[in-house]
Ligand binder design. Structure first.
Ligand code: AMP
Ligand code: MN
Ligand code: MN
Ligand code: MN
Length: 296
């Protein structure tokens, strides 16, 4: 189970990805992924289609989501894995987070208009399937379409981030609520791409302390956004806090995303993979060489 090609972080058209859940399943399978989770931002709406496609293709499947949280003034993402996607408190919590996105988007558009870029709300909305899932990524695609920036990466350097046009501070869920929704629904909470947060060592320690105190059990170590040094750092954090390690591309789009589905190094052998704590929650059949693992 250790060397499984698991990809437990990616996005579909249900949030800010550009492939539909079943297209993602097919791409994951064609890239050699054996265990897959779809983790749309603040939503579980793609999971039924994703699950059916995964099982048809012979992929192991875990329910997933990526919850937006505010912690110490920073947006932090908590991935949930292996939960019951019909859990009422989880579904209601995610809906409440999404409900804040439309007003934030209007405020972002107003700020961009003040910076000389009109029409961004409608422009971004054109890229969204579910309007309440509108995100900065959709604004970024609009700004590229308008020729304001050459690519999405440039947008996130010149716009939409603190101190730049189009940034609007936002209150997301509380860390403890996100962790509790996931764990009460039978899943495992995982700190997503921890190197992306601009925390001091003290605040980072506080994040992992509070996260584990609330029942969080995992941290992403092998993730698209992490450098080699960052992978080593979060491997050490996993050991220090007794966390299981996760692996995921954070794939959004074939052109925008640097790391394709399944295209990551294996987890270091010293770490416990998060999927070993989720064997009873895996659906479908995973096979690798002589190793086989049958889920429910
Ligand atoms: P939001 O949830 O609306 O704040 O949007 C966050 C999303 O923006 C993330 O999930 C990423 O998909 C995208 N994003 C944030 N920073 C960057 C970046 N530097 N480069 C590319 N995409 C980014
Ligand atoms: Mn995203
Ligand atoms: Mn994220
Ligand atoms: Mn993500």
């Amino acid at each position: 189970m250790h060397l499984l090609n698991a990809d437990l972080h990616c996005h579909s058209t249900v949030s800010d990805g550009t492939l539909a859940p079943d297209q993602l399943a097919a791409r994951a399978q064609s890239r050699g992924v054996q265990l897959w989770a779809l983790t749309d931002h603040d939503s579980v709406d793609g999971l039924a289609v994703a699950r059916e496609a995964a099982l048809d293709l012979g992929l192991g499947f875990l329910a997933g989501t990526e919850i937006s949280v505010s912690f110490a003034g920073e947006s932090v993402h908590i991935v949930g894995l292996g939960f019951d996607a019909a859990d009422a408190a989880l579904v209601a919590g995610l809906a409440a987070i999404r409900a804040g996105r439309l007003q934030r988007a209007r405020d972002m558009a107003a700020d961009l208009a003040r910076a000389g870029i009109p029409g961004a709300f409608e422009g971004a909305l054109a890229y969204v399937d579910a309007p309440e899932s509108i995100s900065r990524t959709h604004f970024a695609r609009f700004l590229v379409e308008r020729g304001v920036c050459a690519d999405v990466g440039e947008v996130f350097r010149r716009f939409l981030v603190e101190g730049k046009p189009g940034f609007v501070p936002h209150r997301w869920a509380r860390l403890r609520d996100a962790v509790r929704w996931i764990t009460a629904a039978g899943g495992i909470a995982v700190v997503a791409h921890p190197a992306r947060y601009r925390f001091s060592p003290t605040l980072e320690y506080a994040l992992f302390s509070e996260f584990t105190a609330h029942g969080g059990q995992g941290v992403e170590v092998m993730v698209g956004a992490h450098s080699e040094a960052e992978r080593r750092h979060y491997a050490a954090i996993a050991a220090e806090f007794g966390l299981a390690a996760s692996r995921g591309s954070d794939f959004h789009d074939p052109v925008e995303s640097r790391v394709d589905l399944g295209a990551l190094p294996d987890l270091p052998g010293t770490l416990e993979p998060v999927w070993e704590r989720l064997t009873s929650r895996i659906e479908g059949h995973i096979e690798k060489g002589a190793e086989a693992c049958v889920g429910r």
